[in-house]
Design a protein around this ligand. Structure first.
Ligand SMILES: Nc1ncnc2c1ncn2[C@@H]1O[C@H](COP(=O)(O)OP(=O)(O)OP(=O)(O)O)[C@@H](O)[C@H]1O
Ligand SMILES: CC(C)(CO)[C@@H](O)C(=O)[O-]
Ligand code: BAL
Length: 282
C-alpha cells in the first residue's frame, strides 16, 4: 500500500485540492490534533464514504491550550498517524508547522459568542477562541464540501456549526457519534495519559452519565441529581469535577429540567488527566 501524501504548506494543500476539483472530486475534511484512535478513524471513514476524497489535518494548535494545560505533553506520533490514515483510505494529510499556521504578524482571532459562555468556555478560558480561529483557517484553506467533527467534543461541534453559519462558509458541518471503548469510556487521545488504575476508574464517567441521564428524563428539578452525580464521581476516584450540567444542546445554556433537545455534559479530572463526555437526555 502506498503511503498517503503529506502537505506541509497551505499552497501545496490548495494545489492538490485544485487537482481534485478539476476532475470533479468532492472533499471531506477531518481536522485532528493527531495521536489518532478509532474515533478519528471513524470520522475519516465517514468522510471517505460521503466524498470522493478524504483529507485529514494534523496540527496541535497552541492557541487553544491554556498556560497550565498539556500543550508540551500532548502526544505526537505523525508516522503512526500517517500509517493509520493510509489504512482507512485517507487521500491526503495536511500537517503544517506552527509558523505556517501563525506566521509572524498574525493578529486575527475568531470569537463565537453565546455558546461559549458555558461549560468548557468557562472552564478553559480562551479555548474556543483558539478552536474557532484554527478551524476557520482550516476550512478556508481547504474549502471542503463537508467537514467532520466528533460529538465527544459536543460543545466544540456546536461552536463550529455556529461559526460556519454566521460567516457563511460554504461547508456542511457533519457531527459524528462518539466512539467508545468496550467499557463505555469515550475514546480520546488524552486517555493514554491514564495509569492502569486510573483507566479502570475512568469508566465510571460514562456509567454515571448514563444513569444520571435516565433519572433526569423524569425529574422536575435537575439540581439535586446533578449534585449527586458529582459526588459519585468524587467518591469514585475523580480528583476534581469541573461540571456536571444539563444544558440545551443548541445554545449550551444550563436548564432546570429535561426537555426536548437537552443533553448532559461533564468534565472531570482523574489524576492529571481531564476527561469530558456527554449524553443525550430523552
Ligand atoms: N471518541 C470519539 N468519537 C468520535 N469522534 C471523536 C472521538 N474522539 C475525538 N473525536 C473527534 O476527533 C476530532 C479530533 O479530535 P482530537 O484530535 O482533539 O482528538 P481527541 O481524542 O478528542 O483528543 P483529546 O484527548 O485531546 O480531546 C474532533 O472532531 C473530535 O471530536
Ligand atoms: C478541531 C480541532 C482539530 C482544532 O484544533 C481540535 O480542537 C480537535 O482535535 O478537536
Ligand atoms: N478535543 C478537543 C481539543 C482540545 O481538547 O483541545
Amino acid at each position: 500500500m502506498t503511503m498517503l501524501p503529506i502537505a506541509r504548506r497551505v499552497a501545496d494543500l490548495r494545489a492538490r485540492i485544485a487537482d481534485i476539483r478539476r476532475t470533479g472530486g468532492t472533499i471531506g475534511l477531518v481536522p485532528t490534533m493527531g495521536a489518532l484512535h478509532e474515533g478519528h478513524l471513524t470520522l475519516v471513514r465517514r468522510a471517505k464514504a460521503e466524498n470522493s476524497h478524504a483529507i485529514a489535518t494534523l496540527f496541535v494548535n497552541p492557541t487553544q491550550f491554556g498556560p497550565n494545560e498539556d500543550l508540551s505533553a500532548y502526544p505526537r506520533d505523525e508516522a503512526s498517524d500517517a500509517a493509520k490514515l493510509t489504512d482507512v483510505g485517507c487521500d491526503l494529510l495536511f500537517a503544517p508547522d506552527v509558523t505556517e499556521m501563525y506566521p509572524a504578524g498574525f493578529t486575527t482571532s475568531v470569537t463565537v459568542g453565546g455558546i461559549t459562555a458555558h461549560l468548557d468556555g468557562v472552564a478553559r478560558p480562551g479555548h474556543f477562541g483558539g478552536v474557532a480561529t484554527i478551524v476557520s483557517k482550516l476550512l478556508l484553506q481547504s474549502l471542503p464540501d463537508r467537514a467532520y467533527f466528533g460529538e465527544k467534543d459536543f460543545q466544540q461541534l456546536q461552536v463550529i456549526r455556529r461559526l460556519a453559519r454566521d460567516l457563511d462558509m460554504p461547508v456542511e458541518i457533519v457531527g459524528v457519534p462518539t466512539v467508545r471503548e468496550a467499557d463505555g469510556l469515550a475514546m480520546s487521545s488524552r486517555n493514554r495519559y491514564l495509569s492502569p488504575a486510573e483507566r479502570a476508574q475512568a469508566a465510571l464517567l460514562p456509567r454515571i452519565l448514563a444513569e444520571t441521564a435516565k433519572q433526569l428524563a423524569s425529574a422536575a428539578d435537575a439540581a439535586p441529581i446533578l449534585a449527586e452525580a458529582t459526588a459519585k464521581l468524587l467518591q469514585g476516584g475523580f480528583a476534581r469535577v469541573d461540571y456536571v450540567a444539563l444544558c440545551d444542546e443548541t445554545t449550551l445554556a444550563p436548564i432546570e429540567r429535561a426537555q426536548s433537545g437537552s443533553r448532559l455534559f461533564a468534565a472531570a479530572h482523574i489524576g492529571r488527566t481531564r476527561l469530558i463526555d456527554n449524553w443525550p437526555v430523552a
